[in-house]
Design a protein around this ligand. Structure first.
Ligand SMILES: Nc1ncnc2c1ncn2[C@@H]1O[C@H](COP(=O)(O)OP(=O)(O)O)[C@@H](O)[C@H]1O
Ligand SMILES: [Mg+2]
Length: 243
C-alpha cells in the first residue's frame, strides 16, 4: 500500500495551509422536521477545514456525518449557525464554488453510460466536448476502471459505481472534495486505491479533502481525524476555528 506523504504532497499541503480556509462552520446546527418528531442531525459544530487539509470524518451511523458533508457542500441550509467558504468564492451563506461531492448512495444517471456520467458536470460547466471526454477518460483511468466507460450504471456493482462517482468528482477538478463513505462498498485493495487517488488528486489540485468513513484503517490514511457523536464533533485541540 502506498503511504500518504510523498514530499511533493506535503509541500503543497504546507503552501495551501497558509491560505484562507476552505470551509468555516460556526455553531452550525441542522434539524430535520419539527416538534416532537424533530431530529437534531448536527448540533453546535464549530470547525475550519484549512486549505489543503485532509480530514477523516468518523463516527457511528446516524451521528451526522452525511448531514455535515451536505452542509459543507452547500446542498443543505443550516437551521442555525453559519457556514462560509472563504477560499471558494466565500459567499456568506451562499453556494460555494468548486466543490466535488462523492455521495454515499447511488448518484449516477441511469440513462447515461459511465463515460457520459463522468463528463456531464463538465459539459454543464461549458467545458468543450472533446476536453470533457478526455478528462472523463483520464479520471476513469486513474481509478483503474477504463473498461467500464461504455457500461450503463445498472450493469455496475455497487463498488464499481462508487469508483465512477469518485472519477466524476475528480474530472471536475474541485478545490474542496467531500467524500461520503467512498470506500464503504469496496474490498481492501480497491478502498486503498480510491484513497490513494483522492489524496493524489487533492495534492495536485491543491484541494481540501474531507472523507467520512467507518473504517479506522481508512481514517488513518488521512492527516486529521474528526469524530462525530450525536451531531457533535470532537476536534483535536489544534484544528478548531481559532487556528
Ligand atoms: N432527510 C432527513 N430527514 C430526517 N432525518 C434525517 C434526514 N437525514 C438524516 N436524518 C437523521 O439525522 C441523523 C444524522 O444522519 P446522517 O447525517 O445521515 O448520519 P451519518 O451519515 O453519520 O449516518 C440521523 O438520526 C438520521 O436519521
Ligand atoms: Mg452517512
Amino acid at each position: 500500500m502506498r503511504r500518504r506523504t510523498a514530499a511533493g504532497e506535503s509541500s503543497v499541503a504546507t503552501l495551501e495551509a497558509a491560505r484562507d480556509p476552505s470551509v468555516v462552520c460556526d455553531n452550525l446546527a441542522r434539524t430535520y422536521g419539527t416538534g416532537a418528531t424533530a431530529v437534531v442531525a448536527v448540533y453546535g459544530v464549530s470547525c475550519a477545514v484549512q486549505s489543503g487539509s485532509r480530514i477523516a470524518l468518523t463516527g457511528p451511523s446516524g451521528s451526522g456525518k452525511s448531514t455535515l458533508l451536505h452542509l459543507m457542500a452547500g446542498l443543505e441550509a443550516p437551521t442555525s449557525g453559519t457556514i462560509t467558504w472563504p477560499a471558494l468564492d466565500g459567499h456568506p451563506q451562499g453556494h460555494p464554488g468548486r466543490v466535488g461531492v462523492v455521495f454515499q448512495g447511488p448518484s449516477l444517471l441511469p440513462a447515461l453510460d459511465v463515460a457520459e456520467n463522468v463528463a456531464l458536470p463538465l459539459l454543464l460547466a461549458d467545458v468543450a466536448e472533446g476536453e470533457a471526454a478526455a478528462r472523463s477518460g483520464d479520471a476513469l483511468h486513474r481509478l483503474g476502471i477504463d473498461d467500464l466507460a461504455d457500461k450503463l450504471p445498472e450493469q455496475l456493482s455497487g463498488g464499481q459505481a462508487q469508483r465512477v462517482a469518485v472519477a466524476r468528482v475528480l474530472a471536475s477538478r474541485p478545490r474542496l472534495i467531500l467524500a461520503d463513505e467512498p470506500t464503504g462498498q469496496l474490498d481492501h485493495q480497491a478502498a486503498h486505491l480510491v484513497i490513494d487517488v483522492l489524496l493524489q488528486a487533492g495534492a495536485e489540485l491543491g484541494a481540501s479533502l474531507v472523507v467520512s468513513t467507518h473504517d479506522p484503517v481508512i481514517a488513518d490514511r488521512l492527516d486529521l481525524q474528526w469524530t462525530m457523536r450525536d451531531g457533535r464533533i470532537d476536534l483535536p485541540p489544534t484544528t478548531g476555528t481559532s487556528t
